[in-house]
Design a protein around this ligand. Structure first.
Ligand SMILES: [Zn+2]
Length: 281
C-alpha cells in the first residue's frame, strides 16, 4: 500500500498539470451526505421530512415547495448546513495542501462551496452544477448570477415553523420575479457568463496540458458518472503522459482495462487516504 501512496505523491510532484475531478463521494468523506436520511438530516431537516415526506437533502432540492416562504426556508437552511463551519474541513485542507503549489484545475458537481472555502481560487474552479451561495432569476430573464450570502444567512437565521419572513424573500432585481439558488435542479439553471468563463478555463487547461505530464485526480466520483468521470477517463486514454488516480469506496472504484496501465486506484475512505498522503508528502 505504501508503494501506491509513494507513486501517487511522485506523480503529483512531477506533474505539469493536475485536474481534480470531484463529486458526491468527496462530500461524504467530509461528513456531508446529500443522498442519505442520516442523523444530520433528521436533526436539521426533520421538520421538512415530516411536512413534505422527502428523505434527503437532494430530494429537498427537487421538491416543489407550495410557497416561496417554505422554499427559502429549505434552501437557506441547506446553505447554512453546508457552510456553518467557519473553516474548511480537514479533508479539504489536506486536498489543498497536496496540490497548492502545483498547476491545478478543479471540476466538480458539488454545490457546497467547499473548494472555495478551502482556498481553491475561483479561476481554477469549474462548478458544473452551480453553487449554493449564488442566486438567479427563476425566469432566467437576464444572464446574471447574484451573491446570496447575506439574504441566505438572514433567512436561515430568521425562519420560523419552516417559513422565512415575507420581507426577506429575494426577488429578481431585473424583472421582480421569483429567484432560486443557482444549482442545477431544473431547466432554469443559468449557464451565465461566469459559468461559461469557468467552462472555458477548464477547456483551456486541458488544451494547455496537451502532451505534458498530466495527473487526473478523481475523488468520490461514481463508477457510472458521465459528467466528470467519463471525460477524465477519455482524456487519460488520449494523453500519452497522463496518470489517472482515483479514490473511492468499494464498488464505486472503477478503472477500465483500456487505461489500467496508466492508473492508480485506492479503495478506501477518502478522508484517511488524503491524510496519509499529506503525512507522507
Ligand atoms: Zn428576472
Amino acid at each position: 500500500m505504501e508503494e501506491k501512496y509513494n507513486k501517487i505523491l511522485t506523480k503529483i510532484e512531477e506533474a505539469d498539470g493536475i485536474i481534480i475531478g470531484a463529486s458526491n463521494g468527496l462530500s461524504i468523506s467530509e461528513g456531508i451526505h446529500i443522498f442519505a436520511e442520516n442523523e444530520d438530516f433528521l436533526e436539521i431537516f426533520g421538520d421538512f421530512r415530516e411536512n413534505y415526506g422527502f428523505r434527503s437533502i437532494i430530494q429537498g432540492c427537487f421538491f416543489p415547495f407550495p410557497s416561496e416562504e417554505e422554499k427559502w426556508a429549505f434552501f437557506s437552511r441547506m446553505y447554512n448546513y453546508f457552510l456553518y463551519r467557519d473553516e474548511a474541513s480537514p479533508v479539504m485542507k489536506n486536498l489543498h495542501e497536496l496540490v497548492k503549489d502545483k498547476n491545478f484545475f478543479v471540476v466538480t458537481s458539488n454545490i457546497d462551496d467547499h473548494f472555495s472555502q478551502a482556498g481553491f481560487p475561483m479561476e481554477r474552479l469549474f462548478e458544473i452544477e452551480g453553487n449554493c451561495r449564488n442566486l438567479q432569476c427563476s425566469h432566467g430573464c437576464c444572464d446574471q448570477i447574484y451573491p446570496g450570502d447575506e439574504v441566505l444567512s438572514k433567512m436561515a437565521e430568521q425562519q420560523e415553523n419552516g417559513k422565512v419572513p415575507l420581507d426577506l424573500i429575494p426577488t429578481c432585481p431585473n424583472c421582480g420575479g421569483p429567484m432560486q439558488v443557482h444549482i442545477e435542479v431544473d431547466r432554469n439553471f443559468l449557464r451565465d457568463e461566469s459559468w461559461q468563463r469557468s467552462y472555458q478555463a477548464y477547456q483551456d487547461f486541458i488544451e494547455n496540458a496537451y502532451g505534458k505530464k498530466l495527473v487526473l485526480l478523481e475523488l468520490g466520483v461514481g463508477a457510472r458518472n458521465q459528467l466528470i468521470k467519463a471525460p477524465l477517463m477519455k482524456l487519460t486514454n488520449a494523453e500519452i503522459h497522463a496518470t489517472y488516480i482515483t479514490l473511492n469506496k468499494g464498488r464505486e472504484l472503477y478503472i477500465p482495462d483500456a487505461i489500467a496501465a496508466k492508473s492508480i486506484g485506492i479503495d478506501g475512505d477518502i478522508a484517511k487516504v488524503l491524510q496519509q498522503l499529506v503525512e507522507m508528502k
